[in-house]
Design a binder for this molecule. Structure first.
Ligand code: GUN
Length: 287
């Protein structure tokens, strides 16, 4: 059997990055600006409730101010837009996050577009997406941004490498591909209509799996020595939290792999803290 892959530990990397956030946050506080995040949750989705609680807790632990606004599933789109408008004007709030998914009667994209781009710490506004696309400064979506930090942490040089992204969501797959491209990787995006996924992944030096399907990537689909980043969050038949990657098999072939849990998940929240801090630093600069 070949040697097991090295783990890219998202918990350890997060600890390091969050301590840098805490240091910068306290420097800002000394100038009279406390970075503040508003987290808005509409409805009773139980997974979303866990996510937002973790986001608020992470803010508190890094010395950021945070407010959690919870509204019933019956909240109207107009009422939600009015709250966003108020948060856009609130000087104590530097970042606004509306947890997705929203109830079906609310147009999620319309709500996202209502967030001021200066406070769009999720990076989902079209203006943030457009900035990423053309290589201008703007907020990057937290999950792919966290994946890039994980590649940085192992000193990985993307220039000239072939990166295969599995998944084309606006939140992960598409921005992930753009970030890899910006670092001069050759990028292939695969999705549910890809004819031969294995033929693509076997060519990859880096694979990012972001589909939400158990075992979408197995050992026979991975070139020896590839780096594998697992964005998936699934439950197996035993109820255990698992990614999209068959970890036991793939870790025998890959050079580096991210675990689930303890990989990309904590990095997503870490990059939210970074984005919120940077939103506040920009405000502090102009005041
Ligand atoms: N739902 C699943 N992931 C995310 C995320 O990163 N941000 C928000 N706002 N909602 C999500």
């Amino acid at each position: 059997m070949s040697a097991a892959a090295q783990l890219i530990d998202g918990v350890a990397l997060s600890r390091q990055l969050r301590s840098e956030v805490a240091t910068r946050a306290s420097a800002l506080k000394a100038k009279g600006v406390t970075p503040g995040l508003a987290v808005v949750l509409v409805g009773e989705n139980s997974a979303s409730q866990v996510y937002v609680r973790n986001k608020v807790k992470a803010c508190q632990e890094s010395g950021l101010h945070s407010v959690l606004e919870q509204y019933p599933a019956t909240t109207s789109e107009d009422a939600l837009l009015a709250r966003i408008d108020a948060l856009n004007r609130d000087p104590a709030i530097h970042g606004i996050l509306v947890q997705l998914p929203l109830p079906a009667h609310i147009d999620a994209q319309k709500v996202i577009e209502a967030i001021s781009p200066a406070k769009d710490v999720d990076g989902f506004h079209v203006s943030s997406a457009g900035a990423l696309m053309v290589g201008q400064a703007g907020f990057w979506p937290c999950t792919p941004y966290g994946c890039m930090k994980m590649l940085d942490s192992i000193g990985y040089e993307l220039k000239g490498k072939h990166a295969v992204v599995i998944g084309r969501s606006n939140i992960v797959g598409k921005p992930m591909a753009l970030m890899l491209l910006q670092k001069n990787a050759t990028v292939t995006i695969c999705h549910s209509a890809t004819a031969d996924l294995k033929a693509m992944t076997l060519q990859a030096d880096v694979i990012v799996a972001a589909v939400g399907k158990l075992n979408i990537l197995t050992a026979d689909m991975v070139k020896p020595g590839a780096v594998v980043i697992d964005v998936g969050m699934n439950r197996n038949a035993q109820g255990k939290l698992c990614g999209d990657v068959d970890f036991d098999g793939v870790s025998q072939v890959a050079s580096h792999i991210t675990p689930v849990p303890g990989g990309v998940g904590p990095m997503t929240i870490t990059m939210l803290l970074v984005n919120t801090l940077e939103a506040a630093e920009k405000v502090a600069l102009v005041n």
